[in-house]
Structure formats: structure tokens, C-alpha cells
Design a protein. Structure first.
Length: 364
């Protein structure tokens, strides 16, 4: 990406991303800096968050006291040589981000050398231009060596002396021979990093079935395990095509509302309990947790004589059955839940109202 062609939000300075920290901008996992307007925020710490390709971030000491703003391209210490990245966060919030990153030791935090010069940026752009061709060629090399792995992305260091190969593998892979071949072909230092399918989707990015950008590419940093039980609790159809995300794994968003459904489902009776009335026995058919209704049928397998009641009414009948009592009917008009249909606010508006010619007022 060429940073000289970026379109900035009004109020931003001329050096990069919006200084106020609003929005996702052009970087993944962008952090909203809600302390940007507080006086002295930038000088509260010398730690700076620097982002590289896709979701890779690092934290560095501004030992030289550089006047860094969000969006500045900087040269940072690396092993070996130096790397080029973009400043994405400064001030007090960096300390919180460092704690979330769970760094092994704060002494390992490297330093920022300088604001990148034109020569640094030119070398960086040249290295980035080789990444796609390197990835395609490395995939063929891994295939020729018979390795069961997929190289999903390649990232060159800012000075072009090192390349990081991100790969996916179901089993452990012995890539010692692969590293030797890659080093001979590309003449750089090789580093291999294994990632999962969700991490790969986050690095590539995309749009989910909801129409929004992928959560793993915008704000999600930690991935929790997702099971089909989350779909069952929410009465979602167990269709693999609908439950799978862009990474071919279960969607992370299945976990977002499962706690709400579990809490709301506590007031519903178990499905295996039969409700007994004077006329017939009623079996569970379906329920709508959010609407707070439950439907029973007089047949175990078919939808026959369906009756929809509230969970409170169902628990009341269960208690009556335990005492040996049977109500006259399942549905009680006093406790029958009202059918709350969503109202369309523009339903009453005529879509052809603008086509009608306005009547001209007669001049007196």
C-alpha cells in the first residue's frame, strides 16, 4: 500500500492516519485512542505501538524522543537489521496494550531508530513487491519436497534481509530442508511461523455473511473455541454451510449471544416433560427464547393441535400435574402472551406519493 495516496479524515494531520484515533482506517486491529485529546498524553510514556503487515504488531521504546504521531512510518530495531512499520498508537493506552499482549519480558522491547527516510521507504516498497511472487514460488518448493503444509503469506522485513513465511499444517512438519532451499533461492534469512485457519482469515481479510468486515481482521485478537452446542442453545439450524465462516471453521460470532440465550432459557421447562390437561396430553414442539413463548403439540412427532403459551404458564401446569391436578385447557386467556408483531414504520407510507403531481394553489 502506498501511504502517500491515503485519504485522510478531516482534522487529521498530513502525516498519516487520523490522529484522533477514530475508525478502522487502513490497518487491521486499529485501536481507538480515546485519550488523544488529553494534554500530556503523548509524553506520559515512551512506548509506541507499531504495526507491520496485516495483523502483526510490535511495541517499541522511543528512546530518541521523536515527535511521533499516528501514521508516521518509522524504522525500528530488528534481528538482524531494521524493520519498517507504521505508528498506530501512542500515549497511555500503549501500556494497556502491552499488558494485553502478555509479553514475556519488558526488557525485550526494542527501540525505534528514526522516522523512515525516502531511501528506507523505497527499500521497503521494493521488498513488499516481491512478497507475492515469493509466496507462489515457496508453495511450489514445499510441494516438490512433499511437505503437507500450505504457505499462506510471506512478509519481508523492511530492509529486505529477512522473510517471514506463515504456514498452515494439520500435523507437525519437519521443514529444515525447506528452510535451506528457501535460503538458497531467495538469499534472505528465513523464519517460519505456524498460524491457524482463523489467523489466516484475519490476515487476508474479507467480508462476512453479515455484510461487515471479518471480526478477526478488525478487532478480534484472541480466538476462543467454538462448538456446535452454541448453535443448539440458540436454536440455529446445524447446517455446516451456514455455521462455517470464511476460514471454513465455526463462526466466532456463535459465541457472542450464547450467554444471553442460556440465561433466558433458564425460565423454560425441560423439553421432555409432558403437560397433562383434562382433554389431552401435550408434548414439546418448539420454543422461541427471545420472544418468551413455547409451543406444544398433542402428537409427539407431528404438529397437531398446536398451543402456544408462556413459560410461566407451562411451569404452572407442571406444578399442578405434580399435585395430581389437571387444568381444563392448556391455554389460559389471562396468561396468554400477546402476539407482538414488529411494526413497519413506513408501511403506511405510499411509495408512489412522490409521483403524484402537486395541486397548484389558485391565486386570489
Amino acid at each position: 500500500m502506498k501511504y502517500d495516496n491515503l485519504k485522510y479524515i478531516s482534522g487529521a494531520d498530513s502525516r498519516g492516519l487520523c490522529h484522533k484515533g477514530c475508525g478502522r482506517q487502513d490497518h487491521q486491529l486499529n485501536t481507538y485512542d480515546w485519550l488523544a485529546d488529553i494534554p500530556g498524553n503523548d509524553s506520559s510514556t515512551d512506548l509506541v505501538e507499531v504495526q507491520f503487515k496485516n495483523t502483526r504488531k510490535g511495541y517499541y521504546h522511543n528512546v530518541n524522543g521523536l515527535d511521533l504521531k499516528k501514521g508516521d512510518i518509522v524504522a525500528v530495531e530488528s534481528t538482524p537489521g531494521h524493520d519498517i512499520g507504521v505508528v498506530t498508537l501512542t500515549g497511555q493506552l500503549v501500556n494497556l496494550q502491552v499488558k494485553k499482549a502478555n509479553l514475556k519480558s519488558l526488557d525485550d522491547i526494542k527501540r525505534i531508530y528514526r522516522i523512515a527516510k525516502e531511501q528506507d521507504i523505497a527499500t521497503w516498497e521494493e521488498a513488499k513487491a516481491r512478497e507475492h511472487a515469493t509466496m507462489i514460488q515457496s508453495r511450489q518448493i514445499a510441494k516438490d519436497l512433499g511437505l503437507q503444509m500450505k504457505i499462506g503469506d510471506v512478509e519481508y522485513q523492511g530492509d529486505g534481509n529477512k522473510a517471514i513465511f506463515y504456514y498452515i499444517a494439520d500435523e507437525r512438519v519437519d521443514f529444515r530442508q525447506l528452510i535451506k532451499v528457501l535460503a538458497d533461492v531467495f538469499h534472505v534469512r528465513i523464519e517460519m511461523k505456524q498460524i491457524g485457519a482463523r489467523q489466516e482469515a484475519g490476515r487476508i481479510g474479507g467480508t462476512g455473511p453479515c455484510g461487515r468486515e471479518l471480526c478477526c481482521a478488525t478487532w478480534m485478537k484472541a480466538f476462543s473455541s467454538v462448538s456446535t452446542n452454541a448453535a443448539r442453545f440458540q436454536d440455529i439450524s446445524l447446517n455446516p454451510q451456514k455455521l462455517a465462516g470464511m476460514c471454513a471453521k465455526l463462526k466466532c460470532c456463535l459465541n457472542y449471544e450464547v450467554d444471553t440465550y442460556l440465561e433466558a432459557g433458564k425460565k423454560f421447562p425441560p423439553h421432555d416433560i409432558v403437560l397433562q390437561t383434562q382433554d389431552s396430553d401435550y408434548y414439546f414442539f418448539k420454543q422461541d427464547i427471545l420472544a418468551g413463548i413455547i409451543t406444544y403439540s398433542t402428537d409427539k412427532r407431528l404438529a397437531a393441535n398446536l398451543e402456544t403459551i408462556s413459560p410461566e404458564r407451562a411451569n404452572e401446569i407442571i406444578e399442578m400435574n405434580k399435585r395430581g391436578e389437571k387444568p381444563a385447557e392448556l391455554n389460559n386467556e389471562e396468561t396468554e402472551p400477546k402476539d407482538k408483531q414488529p411494526q413497519d414504520l413506513i408501511e403506511s407510507e405510499d411509495i408512489t406519493r412522490f409521483d403524484k403531481a402537486k395541486k397548484k394553489k389558485k391565486k386570489n
